[in-house]
Design a protein. Structure first.
Length: 79
């Protein structure tokens, strides 16, 4: 069943997995796996959900930590 157009999509960035990656879902639908906050924005873009600021958007729920919580992965993105 599709969401009513007036409803905001409910995107969830799940708690980090053991490897630090985080699942991104829209309701019950899996959208992808993110390893950085930029991945979340790209996953949403590919799903035609244009969220300008995934860190502050009311459409995105961060579970198990905020947009800066990528345990074990932060070193890989510092170059």
């Amino acid at each position: 069943m599709a969401a009513h157009p007036s409803e905001h999509p409910h995107v969830v960035v799940h708690a980090p997995a053991l490897d630090g990656s985080r699942r991104v879902t829209l309701g019950e639908e899996p959208l992808g796996i993110a390893t950085h906050v930029d991945d979340v924005a790209e996953i949403l873009r590919l799903a035609d959900l244009y969220v300008t600021d995934v860190e502050e958007s009311d459409l995105v729920e961060w579970q198990g930590g905020g947009p800066d919580d990528w345990p074990g992965l932060s070193r890989h993105h510092e170059a």
